[in-house]
Design a protein around this ligand. Structure first.
Ligand code: LLP
Length: 412
């Protein structure tokens, strides 16, 4: 079942007030939307500790702390993301070090840190975990293996991660040896098989196919006396970024998963990122000037692909609305960024004919994979981040200063 796209929660007057004080471009997040999205996941899954927010989607400390107040877990794909979660006050026992390529040192940090789970996804990671476990005292560290189920998930090619040719995880036939090696240790307890099929999925069918592959592996391990306790189904639920369409519902995913796993005795864990954070964020940018470009009108803004890269990277067309005035005219206006590259765009084919230089634009649904992918290219300071709540709003990350741009460098 599909839900109707929610109306933007951050009203234009509030956004205008924020950027009057703190300038543009600026990311503004609505804490109430974050809360609502977490609640939908927790209600669907039934246990907050089995909802592990994918930290990479938006790791502002205030965002992480807000999400943590719901009692959920966190999936960190790097030691840096783990450190951010810890810095936000999240206990190690609520953190999963996820199944993304890791150095032996990163595996050792994860194993030694008392995390909830460390997901290993290549032979050298298994070796590093076994090595690190020899110096553990106390309870064994829980580990899992990421499986590459060989499923096409229908995502943008850059965001497909479960195909047979993907770089992530073990092929189904490689799991048994790795699982047995982990089982033979005293310091590690293999509990979990994990997958992440891709991001921005618009169908639940790939999950069903992947579960069937994993159930085959579970049966095989069970037969050899090495039972699996848990499946980690990764993230992936898409958000309909355009003017039409609707988002996939966590409850629908959980229902089909639970049906598939009924009677198996397996528990489940999810790692949603986009479906929690995307709808909570808006990027506010100011139009610097208008020009005709190849016969099409274009708006050149002070925010571009260094601030928000999803159009340039994936052709993602997020809603872009004038803060004052309405959408009008044919779908021909391009929204361009200010940097030295012609491919620097926020979107194309927009009904923004009434927009004038100096006007503000709101790029919607940028709370996931927005600021975290911003860069300093062209020596542009990264934008401020602001969190809005019922009680008002607060800058939760200052706009970078010029001095921030060369922090850590020396002259000669
Ligand atoms: N778990 C693992 C192991 C992952 O690699 C990811 C995302 C997630 C969970 C969260 O997936 P989500 O629920 O957000 O789809 N920069 C891209 C997205 C890359 C996501 C990579 N992994 C974008 O802007 O669309």
């Amino acid at each position: 079942m599909l839900t109707v796209r929610p109306e933007p929660s951050l009203d234009p007057q509030l956004l205008a007030e924020i950027v009057r004080e703190h300038g543009t471009p600026a990311y503004v997040y609505d804490a109430r939307v974050l809360d609502g999205n977490v609640r939908r996941w927790v209600e669907a899954v039934g246990d907050p500790s089995r909802v592990c927010y994918a930290v990479k989607a938006n790791y502002n400390l205030a965002v992480l702390a807000r999400l943590a107040s719901h009692g959920i877990g966190f999936e960190a794909s790097t030691v840096g993301e783990m450190a951010r979660a810890l810095a936000a006050g999240i206990a190690p026992g609520r953190i999963v070090l996820g199944g993304v390529p890791k150095s032996p040192q990163a595996v050792a940090v994860g194993i030694g840190r008392g995390l909830d789970l460390v997901v290993l996804q290549a032979a050298h990671e298994v070796e590093a975990a076994i090595e690190a476990s020899t110096s553990l005292s106390g309870a064994p560290a829980r580990v899992g293996l990421r499986v590459r189920p060989g499923i096409r998930a229908g995502a943008h090619p850059s965001l497909e991660t479960g195909r047979a040719d993907a770089k992530f995880g073990f092929g189904p036939s490689e799991i048994r040896d790795a699982w047995e090696a982990l089982s033979r240790t005293d310091g590690l307890r293999p509990t979990t098989l994990a997958f992440h099929l891709g991001s921005g999925l618009d169908s639940l069918t790939p999950y069903e196919a992947a579960i069937d592959v994993l159930l085959g592996i579970v049966g095989d391990l069970e037969a050899s006396g090495r039972p699996v306790r848990e499946l980690d189904l990764g993230g992936g639920l898409g958000v309909a970024y355009g003017d039409t369409g609707s988002d996939l519902e966590p409850a629908d995913l959980v229902r089909i998963v639970d049906e598939r796993l009924a009677g198996s005795g397996l528990t489940t864990r999810y790692e949603p990122g986009r479906s929690i954070a995307a709808r909570a964020g808006t990027l506010v940018t100011r139009v610097l000037y208008r020009r005709e470009r190849d016969g099409h009108p274009a708006l050149v803004c002070d925010g571009g692909f260094t601030d928000f890269g999803r159009y340039s990277l994936y052709g993602a067309q997020h809603r872009i609305e004038p803060l004052e005035g309405r959408l009008e005219g044919p779908e021909t206006v391009e929204v361009l960024g200010p940097t030295c590259e012609s491919g620097d765009k926020l979107g194309t084919g927009r009904r923004l004919h009434g927009v004038q230089p100096g006007d503000l634009l709101a790029v919607r649904d940028v709370g996931a994979y927005g600021f975290v992918m911003a860069s300093n290219y062209n020596a542009r300071p990264r934008p401020a981040e602001v969190l809005v709540d019922d009680g008002g709003w607060k800058v939760v990350r200052q706009r970078e200063s010029l001095e921030d741009l060369w922090r850590g460098e020396t002259v000669g």
